[in-house]
Write a protein that binds this ligand. Structure first.
Ligand code: CA
Length: 370
């Protein structure tokens, strides 16, 4: 009781702006807060709508939330390192942080693709469920620890488009011999369907389509595809985005740099990343429709649905390719696969009677009174 009275008395003194007679040692002994200046390498063109602006906003927020103790300078694709070398650069400490997508590193870590997008796999909402409340994040951390990295979910575009094609796709035969920019497992599936897949950075898609280096390309969806002007170099715009139903983007942090951060700054980085993860999906949800309208009505894009038999075959190949991705001799890969597949099967079962059932009621054709 006496201690409580002393505390109340002290609080009263401080509140009145008077120097307390004891307790000055607390202030004088506190070490000045250490400040950190980090580089963040990204895979996106500098300030590209959505993808490239998001890490800039993230860095500004971290600066404000930390009261300037953690300053992050963001580099666009190629400014610090080439876009597809971000993983290696952050792993080695050339940059303390990176922003990109795990499937860009499939040549180095094939199993990492589960943490971006699996064809015919989880949607954005479901990826967040798996990563943040379904055990996925712990597995991602365990996998990336092998590469001296700490991953954090850092963005999602929602369901993408199947991409831009320079000729109509009427059957599977039309895919054969076609060269397409399509990264990740989607690229593997496209190859098995008879095409050739290339993994080129976003900033090179327009020129590659224009010069005929590729015949087709998937990038993101209307908002981002319009920004690149892809409608100027290919006519046919196909959906649905079977290859990327809800790709998660990643913030990656060099493990040694992470270890140096005090706990409060780590928390700030994590929370700012998760804010970016949510905010990006909201941005795409808000922008895609208007961009699609402009693509069709102003620029004459020919929007088409992939034929049912093409989708069915791509799905058959996708499930096979997903199963074969796992190196069974590595127990961690098996655990990642089992976790993803179990979550997928369970969430699909419930979403049949929730998400899908509800969305079907909004379909004008289905909603019309009989
Ligand atoms: Ca894509």
């Amino acid at each position: 009781m006496n201690r409580l009275l002393v505390l109340i008395a002290l609080t009263g003194l401080i509140g009145c702006g008077q120097e307390p007679s004891i307790g000055n040692d607390v202030a004088t002994d506190a070490a000045p807060a250490r400040t950190f200046t980090w580089r963040m390498a990204t895979t996106w063109p500098k300030n590209f709508p959505g993808l490239g602006v998001a890490p800039e906003v993230f860095a500004e927020r971290v600066g404000r939330m930390s009261n300037g103790r953690l300053q992050i300078k963001v580099y666009g694709a190629g400014e610090l390192v080439p876009p597809l070398e971000v993983f290696e650069a952050v792993s080695q400490g050339t940059a303390q942080m990176g922003h990109g997508a795990a499937y860009y590193w499939k040549g180095k870590v094939p199993i990492a693709q589960f943490f971006t997008a699996v064809p015919f796999g989880l949607t954005a909402q479901e990826m967040n469920g798996w990563l943040l409340h379904g055990g996925g994040m712990a597995l991602w951390r365990e996998l990336y620890a092998r590469h001296n990295l700490v991953p954090i979910a850092g963005g999602n575009t929602g369901v993408q488009m199947a991409g831009w094609f320079n000729k109509p796709i009427n059957s599977l035969a039309d895919l054969k011999g076609m060269k397409m920019r399509i990264p990740g497992l989607g690229g593997e599936v496209f190859e098995r369907a008879g095409g050739t897949a290339v993994n080129i950075p976003g900033g090179e898609i327009y020129t590659s389509l224009q010069t005929g280096v590729i015949d087709a390309a998937e990038w993101v969806g209307p908002y981002n595809d319009l920004a690149f002007g892809l409608h100027q170099v290919a006519k046919y715009y196909y959906y649905p985005g079977w290859q990327e139903p809800g790709p998660t983007l990643e913030v990656i942090v060099n493990q040694d740099a992470w270890n140096e951060l005090p706990a409060d700054l780590r928390e700030i980085v994590e929370v700012a990343s998760l804010a970016m993860n949510t905010d990006m999906l909201a941005e795409y949800t808000a922008r895609n429709n208007a961009a699609l309208t402009e693509l069709v009505e102003v620029h004459g894009a020919d929007v088409r649905r992939l034929p049912d038999d093409v989708i069915a075959e791509l799905k058959r190949i996708s499930l096979q390719a997903t199963d074969e991705l796992v190196d069974e001799s590595d127990p961690l890969q098996k655990r990642i696969y089992d976790s993803y597949v179990t979550f997928r099967d369970n969430v699909i079962a419930y979403h049949e009677i929730s998400e899908r059932a509800y969305i079907n009621t909004r379909d004008p054709a289905r909603a019309a009174p009989k």
